[in-house]
Design a protein around this ligand. Sequence first.
Ligand code: GAL
Length: 821
Amino acid sequence: MVSLRFLVCCLLFLASSVYATIVSHDGRAITIDGNRRVLLSGSIHYPRSTPEMWPDLIKKGKEGGLDAIETYVFWNAHEPTRRQYDFSGNLDLIRFLKTIQDQKLYGVLRIGPYVCAEWNYGGFPVWLHNMPDMEFRTTNKAFMNEMQNFTTMIVDMVKKNKLFASQGGPIILAQIENEYGNVIGSYGEMGKAYIQWCANMAQSLDVGVPWIMCQQDDAPQPMLNTCNGYYCDNFEPNNANTPKMWTENWTGWYQNWGGKNPHRTTEDVAFSVARFFQRGGTFQNYYMYHGGTNFGRTAGGPYITTSYDYDAPLDEFGNLNQPKYGHLKQLHDILHSMEKTLTYGNVSTIDFGNFVSATIYKTEGGSSCFFGNVNESSDATINFQGETYVVPTWSVSILPDCKTEVYNTAKINTQTSVMVKKPNEAEDEPINLKWSWRPENIDNFLLKGRGESTMRQLFDQKIVSNDQSDYLWYMTTLNLKEEDPVWGKNMYLHINSTAHVLHAFVNGQHVGNYHAENGKFHYVFEQEAKFNPGDNVISLLSITVGLPNYGAFFENVPAGITGPVFIIGKNDDETIVKDLSAHKWSYKTGLSGFENQLFSSESQSKWSGDSVPFNRTMTWYKTTFKAPLGSEPVVVDLLGLGKGTAWINGNNIGRYWPEFLSTEDGCSTECNYRGAYYAEKCQTNCGEPTQRWYHVPRSFLNPKGDNTLVLFEEIGGNPSFVNFQTIGVGGVCANVYEKNVLELSCHGRPISAIKFASFGNPRGKCGSFEKGTCEANKDVVNILSAECVGKEKCSVNVSAEKFGVPECDGATRSLAVEALC
Ligand code: GAL
C-alpha cells in the first residue's frame, strides 16, 4: 500500500515534458519518466571546477551512464558577508544547473545549507558564528532565521529559472540539512525539535519535488531518509512505502596534509552498486563523480588538501579515471536495460549459504537475476535453473535474462589508462623560469607590534578575523625590568595554541615556527627566546588551514592562539611564570601583500629581479610563462616550495604545501578489493610530498601571450624547480576475458604501438604483464597492431577464432594488452 501522505507529497510533484511524476511504486521504487526505477547519479560540485569545465564534465557523466548530477550549495561562498551575495564565475549555480538541463540530465540539489563536504566550515559563513546569541543546528532563533533566509533565497532563485522538475526543469530532489542523524544525540530534545523545524520549513517552500534528509533515521514525513556510506544494501528507509535511496556512495576518500592518497578499487565500488540494486535500491549517487579542486581558501578541515580528486570516476582534471569510469558505465547500461523487470518484477531470493544468494526479479515479460557473493575469501559455485555458475569472492554477477552472465563486478574488461605528466611544450619556453621577488612587509608588526585593534584578552581567530584571511597577528609589548623575577634566567616563550601553523617572533627575531600534526590541533609551543630590559615586542602569526567541517558543535572548535601565553624564566632550581594572556594584545588580520593584491595582474608594485633569495620566510615570487600548447589539463609542479598560496593571472589556485610529507607507513602497491573497504585500506604516496602538483584550469590561462604565476611563500622555499606540465594518457592496458570486446582508447591521441599482448592466461597487472602457461598460436601483437596502431581507438572481439586456440585446461581465457599512446 502506498501511504496516503507520500502519495500526496508526490502528486504535488506534477511535471511537464520529460520530467514526469515521482511516485512510490511497489512500496519501494521511485518512478520517474514513466517507469524509471534505476536512477544513477553523480556528485559534481560546481565551485570545484570552472564554468568552462562544466559542459565536458557533465557530458562525461551522461556518457558514463548517469541519469542525474548532484551538487551541494555552498552558503559561505554565496554569502561571504551577510546579505551580500556572490554567484559569479564558478559560483554561478544557475548556469551549472542549466548545463545539467542542456544535457537532458536530472539534478539533485542538496541545499543543506550545512554541507560538510570537506569544505571550509562545512559551508557555514563565519559571520554567522559571530552573531549574538548564536548556536548552530539547533532551535536557535538567530540560526533558524539565517538558515531559512538562505534556503529560501536559493529556492526562489531556482524557481525563478524554472529548474525544479515540478516546473519542467531538471531538479527531481532537494535536500535539507546533512547527516544530522549522526550528531542529533548531542543536541538532546532540541535536536529533535530542530529536525522537525527543518522538515516544516523545507515543505513550506513548496518546491514540488520530494525533500531528502540523508543519514536521518527519524526524518519526519514526508522527508525521505537516505543512506550515505561505502555500502548501503542493508539500508531500509524509515517509511517502507518510500524508495530505497543512497545519496553518497564514496568512490574514494579525501586527503589531508600529511595524509596519504586513498584509493577505492573499481571492483569494490561496482560491487557496492550492484549489491544495492540487487537488494531493491532505486537511487544511487556517487560521491564524488568528479571531486575537483579546492581553489582559494575553500578547503575545509583543518588540513584538507587543495586537490579533492577523491579517486572519483573523473579525476581532478576531468580526465576519465580508467578503469573505474568504464567499468561503472557498463554496470549502468546493464542496470538500465533491466529497468522494467526491476521496477515491476516480483522479487524472490535464494540463499545458497556462506553469504551467497540469488535475487530474481520476475515479470510476465521476462526475468532478471543477480548472484551475489559477499564472502571475503571464497569463490562460489552455484547451481541455478539447471546451470552451473561461478561467482567470484566479493562480487555480484548480473544476468539480465537469468541465463547469461553479462557482467561481474570483479571482472574488469575496461582498459586502465596510465596518466602521465609531460613537460610544457610551449614555444620559446626556457627550461628555467625567471623569477622576481618581494619581501612581505612585516616590520611594523615585528618591531612595533601595532595592529588594527587591541583587546586585553586572547581571542579566537574566527571572532577577530571573520575568516577574511588565513593570517592573524597577535602582538603584545612587554616591559621587562631587570628587577623582574623572571629576568636573568633562561627565558622561554610558552604558547598554548590551536593555530594550525604558528610563527613566533620576539623583537623581530624569528623564534620558531610550528605546524600541528593532523588531528593534534591543541598543543604547546615552547622555545627559548632572547628578551631585552625595557620594551619587548612579541609577535605571533597564527595561520588557519581550513576550518573544521564535521561533528557536533564543530563550529566552536577553537582556532588561533587561545592561550594562555607565558614567559617562563628557568634557573636550576627555580621556574618563574609570567602570564601574558590578559595583556594588551594588538590584532591584525591578513598580510599586506594580500591587501595590496600583489597577486593581481594589474598590480603596479615593484618586484626585484636581482639576487632572488631562497629559503626566505614571508616572500613573494613572481614569474611569467607561456601556456602549454594543446588542450590537455595543466598542472604546476611546486616541488621545492614550503607552504603558501599560488595565483595564476590573479586566480587563486589554492594553498600549496609540498614540504609537508605524507606519513611513511601504511601504503600498499597491491590492493585487495575483497572485503569491506575503509579509507586507510589502499593508500599510496607514503613519505612523498602530500601534494606536489596543482591544477591550473585552462580557462585561467592566456593561450597566447604571457601568463603570470605569483607565489606567496610563508615558510621558505626554492622556486627554481617550478615548472608547468600537461597531463594526458601515456599508455593503456587491459586484460579482457574471452567473448568480450577489447576497447582501447588513447583519449584523443593516436595509439602508437602495442608493447605487449598475450591471449591465454597472462599474468601480472598493467605495466608488468607476463605470458602465462598457455598461449595462442597466432601473433597477437601483430593482429592488434594492424587493428589499432595509428587510430585513436579500436575495438576488438576477444575470441579464440581471432587469436588462435590456446590450451588452457578449460580455464577462462583472456587477452592482456599494453599499448603506448
Ligand atoms: C559525509 C558528508 C559529505 C562528505 C563525506 C566525506 O559524511 O555528508 O559532505 O563530507 O562525508 O567525503
